[in-house]
Design a binder for this molecule. Structure first.
Ligand SMILES: Nc1ncnc2c1ncn2[C@@H]1O[C@H](COP(=O)(O)OP(=O)(O)O)[C@@H](O)[C@H]1O
Ligand SMILES: [Mg+2]
Length: 1078
């Protein structure tokens, strides 16, 4: 958040008002109400301008976390709600950046939270200043010096369980970068009376209780101590235990802290020995002893304790014993020893214890300073933190309270001076007119105390130094004389009669009206305490101690350095150191933290208005506000003012270009704020009345609401727009990526496809080549194989004969050849005759030659037939051709055929040429006669036969009368269609003529001849050669014959034997002609 530079202001979320300056109306009541309201809301810090009021919450609040430190770091003082961190930051930054030495003045009553505040300031500065190993060590040492000093210098009082019983001023030194270099601690007046006596309900310094509770048995016995508090007279018993405080644990803490700060082990041991010695001193008791001279003398009751102390401190026991019994006074070179009575012995004892302890405390501070002092000599910037005991009013107030209250008086003085001065300076710086305001100035009280001529401290010193008997009473008398007229001094004894009847003012007391209230001081002990006397015998005894630390604590005990001059009194010492402190503070830029105690019960959540009212009064806080508000209640640098209110005016919103001051001027004009209400300083605007500021704030609040709506609106728009643009951009990116991805994918696909195709092509090519090569290889192999086989064959062939395996076959073939040879030779001799009809044929000798034998027989037969045929003349050839023709036509068809085979075909059985009877016939025929024979012509009507000459020429068939030779019929061969005959052994045949032809008019011819086969054959051959047509020859035992118009059936039957071997022909009816064949 801090880094976002959100401009906030003290005015944001304010509870009551964060700055009392803004209180309206301003009076005591509203002031307290405001504090209470804020206190009730855990807002313990409130500003008066740049002063921080801190109300002790008496409980831990969650407002000091590291996050808070970060929040307040580098922020303007008025930017966040009031906080001690804001003041610390302001101081640190102005130290670092503006080179101004700072002091943080923390004031307030005891228990108001001063020490806590100082620690918070230191821890804040430690947290925000530079880092690094060296720096961290310095820081750690600075911070750890606190617990050590608190153990030795703090005690439980009725006001505060951890009340600082000393004043502390710590200068933290920084280099130019703001890194801590070291520090210097000054301590003021330890309340040493507490060592020997504590008021009721209070405790001695923490360290005694811590040592007894926390030390190991071993350590205790070394220190000759016992754990039981009640063993020690110096420890008050009624409040030895403090609620919520673990002394044992704190003992460990301080030992650890001492180690961090740089105490050596032997130093720690020495310190604890001194503490033990102080405790044990309290246990030394005295008893009176009457002496001869009648004076009382004191004697140590129990020397055991003394012995142990001496063992512990290395002091000669007799020396110490003597120091407790005698007092040596030196005057005018003379030493006078007087004995001490019991009371004096106790006084001496307590004085020793107090001195021992307070000197030890101073030594501790110096020792710490040695550790934490800056190592370099470079110029340092300084931040002083003053945590001094607060204003104290007890029942019995003594010298210590007087001193403490004086110191507070001085601080109040410087506060008044510095704040007023600062205010005035600011007005001058800013060029604003300064108006005077009345306020109570406590300078007069300071004067009463510290005035060199008649101040109370001066009177006291005078008394102490005065020869003769000096008592507290004489001192009071003196005061009564000198200060009686002072308006802040009150005493019963004073000449001024106004207190004569004041019973609240005892005679042995005087009262001072401090700025913070009236305080009644018991005069008893003032002189002693101021003298702070330690009998010389005791300091000398201490100096003689074997314990080097104790020895160094009492340098005045050295007899060589004997100094008769009285040491400065406690009062004057304190006055001087306070003066130095004041001078120191005046050179620095002051920052105030004013602590307020809300109740007397150390309780949270209780706000006692009366108590607070009292503190407010004496702290002069109201005056503080008034001074601050004199003229102008509120002021602010122009830049933050403009920044805060610029939204109230159009010209300045959202940006003012010119200087901030003119911006504020424009702004205030625009808002019509009355001119008298504000004033322009050089760098700041001064606002007279808080009301004006609140008006501005109200306006701002309203405006902010409007602006918030506007911002919301714009922001929402912006958010939507950016979201949309982002989505759009994202979409483009996604799309781009997706496209890229898709293209990549596609490319990969194409690539892999190309690869596949490539590989297929390459594969295919390779396979082709491979095939080719394989083929070539196979060819080569084949050629080789063939050659090998061929050679093998050749070789085998060449060598086969040499193989026994072939022998069998050879022998077999050879034997076969021999047998066949023999067969053929024998056959030659056994050949049958060459007659084709010879059926003889030698028998076969071997079964396996059966087919050969038959074939041979067939060949031989064919051959001898051929031989036989070759003997024939052409004439004979023709006869045989005819015979062959006849066999083809009739063999196995006609029973007559076999008887015809042996008859030679003569053709011209009838020699026409020679017989003159047939001269005429012969002449009529010009052509060659193929057949001339006499046949029986069967009469178609009755079956009776007539002889006729049957002539066949090349073209015609002629029938002529046997006797006359006269031609009876002539039929051209072309008209003959068919010849029919029976299958039997007869010579009948019918010649069928072509229907409608001239010769057919009488019908077909029916003949009977002895040479039927020859005649039918010749008729067939001649017709074939003349007409190129095969003559149809029908062989059947029943056929039809055309007789004139009728068709007659000729039927052959198996005839009787009556007519011998001549067939009988008989006409049975018109349709049937029966031929009986024997
Ligand atoms: N800011 C604080 N937050 C919580 N407790 C505080 C605060 N300041 C003081 N106290 C309480 O008040 C007690 C007294 O404070 P202290 O600083 O010792 O007072 P002083 O030094 O003024 O006498 C502390 O011990 C602590 O318990
Ligand atoms: Mg304190």
């Amino acid at each position: 958040m801090a880094k976002m530079e959100v401009k906030t202001s003290l005015l944001d979320n304010m509870i009551g008002v964060g700055d009392m300056v803004l209180l309206e109306p301003l009076n005591e009541e509203t002031f307290i109400d405001n504090l209470k309201k804020r206190f009730d809301h855990s807002e313990i810090y409130t500003y008066i301008g740049s002063v921080v009021i801190s109300v002790n919450p008496y409980r831990s609040l969650p407002i000091y976390s590291p996050e808070k430190v970060e929040d307040y770091r580098n922020r303007n003082f008025y930017e966040l709600s009031p906080h001690i961190f804001a003041l610390s930051d302001e101081a640190y930054r102005s130290l670092r950046d503006q080179d101004k030495d700072q002091c943080i003045l923390i004031t307030g009553e005891s228990g108001a939270g001063k020490t806590e505040a100082s620690k918070l300031v230191m821890s804040y500065v430690a947290a925000v200043c530079g880092k690094g190993a060296e720096v961290n060590q310095v820081k750690e040492q600075l911070l750890q010096s606190n617990p050590v000093l608190e153990a030795f210098g703090n005690a439980k009082t009725v006001r505060n369980d951890n009340s600082s019983r000393f004043g502390k001023y710590m200068d933290i030194e920084f280099d130019f970068k703001g890194d801590p270099l070291g520090g210097v601690i000054s301590n003021y007046l330890l309340e040493k009376s507490r060592v020997v006596k504590q008021p009721r309900g209070e405790r001695n310094f923490h360290v005694f209780y811590q040592l007894l509770s926390g030390a190991s048995e071993e350590l205790l016995s070394k220190l000759k101590l016992e754990r039981d508090f009640s063993r020690y007279n110096y420890l008050s018993l009624d409040s030895a235990k403090v609620n919520g405080v673990d002394d044992a644990a704190n003992f460990r803490t301080i030992r650890n802290a001492m180690q961090i700060v740089g105490f050596m082990d032997h130093e720690v041991k020495s310190v604890l020995e001194v503490v033990a010695a102080v405790l044990k001193l309290g246990n030394i008791e005295f008893k009176p002893e009457s002496r001869v001279n009648g004076l009382d003398e004191s004697k140590i009751k129990d020397k055991n304790e003394l012995k142990e102390i001496c063992e512990l401190t290395g002091i000669d026991q007799s020396v110490l014993e003597r120091a407790f019994s005698f007092r040596t006074v030196e005057a005018k070179q003379e030493k006078v020893s007087t004995t001490l009575n019991v009371a004096q012995a106790y006084y001496a004892r307590d004085a020793l214890a107090k001195n021992l302890y307070s000197r030890l405390f101073s030594w501790l501070v110096n020792r710490i300073n040695e550790s934490i002092k800056a190592q370099t000599k470079v110029r340092k910037k300084v931040m002083g933190v003053l945590d001094i005991y607060g204003f104290e009013i007890f029942e019995d107030n003594s010298f210590e309270q007087f001193i403490i209250n004086y110191c507070n008086e001085k601080l109040q003085q410087i506060f008044i001076e510095l704040t007023l001065k600062e205010e005035q300076e600011e007005y001058i710086r800013e060029g604003i007119e300064w108006t005077h305001i009345d306020y109570f100035n406590n300078a007069i009280i300071c004067d009463l105390i510290e005035n060199n001529t008649n101040g109370i401290l001066a009177m006291l010193d005078e008394e102490c130094l005065r020869p003769g008997t000096v008592t507290d009473e004489t001192f009071l008398e003196k005061l009564n004389q000198v200060c009686a007229t002072h308006q802040h001094f009150e005493s019963r004894m004073s000449k001024c009669s106004r207190f004569l009847n004041d019973t609240s003012l005892p005679h042995s007391c005087f009262r001072i009206q401090h700025y913070a209230g009236k305080v009644l001081y018991q005069v008893e002990g003032f002189v002693d305490k101021n003298n702070d006397l330690l009998y010389r015998d005791l300091s000398q005894a201490m100096w003689k101690a074997g314990h080097s630390l104790i020895k160094s604590l009492f340098p005045e005990g050295n007899p060589a350095k004997i100094n008769l001059k009285r040491p400065p009194t406690a009062g004057s010492q304190f006055k001087a150191s306070v003066a130095t402190l004041m001078k120191n503070l005046q050179t620095k830029n002051p920052n105030y933290i004013r602590c307020i105690k809300p109740n007397d019960k150390k309780a949270a959540h209780i706000f006692s208005e009366a108590l607070v009212c009292h503190q407010i009064r004496y702290l002069g806080l109201l005056e503080n506000v008034r001074v601050r508000r004199a003229g102008y209640a509120f002021r602010q640098a122009y830049e933050p003012c403009l920044e805060r209110y610029k939204m109230l005016c159009k010209q300045t919103w959202p940006h003012w270009k010119g200087p901030a001051r003119s911006g504020v001027e424009v702004l205030f004009n625009e808002l019509e704020i009355p001119v008298e209400e504000y004033s322009f300083g050089r760098s700041k605007i001064f606002i007279r009345n808080p009301r004006t500021l609140f008006k501005l704030e109200d306006l701002r609040k309203q405006r902010l609401e409007d602006l918030a709506t506007l911002i919301q609106k714009i922001y929402r728009g912006w958010k939507c727009r950016t979201h949309f643009l982002l989505m759009k951009r994202s979409q483009i990116v996604i799309a781009a990526w997706y496209r890229r991805y898709a293209q990549q994918k596609r490319y990969q696909q194409i690539k892999s496809s190309a690869l596949v195709i490539q590989s297929y092509i390459r594969g295919w090519k390779a396979r082709k080549i491979l095939r080719e090569l394989k083929h070539q290889k196979r060819c080569k192999e084949a050629a080789t194989t063939i050659a090998a086989y061929w050679r093998g064959t050749q070789v085998r062939r060449e060598y086969r004969k040499f193989f026994r395996a072939n022998a069998g076959k050879k022998i077999y073939e050879f034997t076969l050849q021999r047998i066949v040879q023999k067969y053929f030779l024998e056959m030659k001799n056994k050949m049958p005759s060459l007659s084709p009809i010879d059926k003889n044929w030698p028998s076969r000798p071997y079964l396996f030659l059966d087919s050969t034998h038959k074939e041979l027989k067939r060949i031989f037969h064919l051959w001898r037939c051929k031989k036989y045929r070759d003997q024939f003349t052409d004439q004979q050839k023709l006869v045989y051709e005819e015979k062959l023709e006849a066999s083809e036509l009739f063999k196995d068809k006609k029973a007559l055929y076999p008887s015809s085979v042996g008859q030679p075909f003569q053709g011209a059985y009838l020699e026409i040429n020679k017989n003159p009877k047939y001269k005429k016939l012969k002449d009529a025929i010009e052509e060659k006669i193929i057949i001339a024979e006499v046949v029986n012509k069967i009469n178609r009507a009755n079956g009776k036969s007539t002889s006729r000459i049957f002539l066949l020429t090349n073209n015609n068939l002629l029938l002529a009368d046997q006797k006359s030779g006269q031609i009876k019929s002539e039929v051209p061969l072309g008209d003959v269609t068919k010849v029919s005959m029976s299958s039997q052994n007869d010579g009948f045949f019918a010649v069928h003529l072509k229907e409608g032809s001239e010769a057919a008019s009488k019908g077909d011819f029916l003949f009977s001849s002895d040479h039927l086969i020859e005649m039918a054959t010749k008729l067939y051959r001649t017709t074939l050669s003349q007409t190129k047509q095969k003559l149809n020859i029908e062989i059947s035992d029943e056929f039809l014959v055309q007789f004139r118009q009728d068709k007659v059936c000729v039927k052959f039957i198996q005839g009787n034997q009556k007519n011998g071997s001549v067939p009988m022909c008989k006409r049975k009816n018109n349709r049937l002609l029966e031929v009986a064949v024997p």
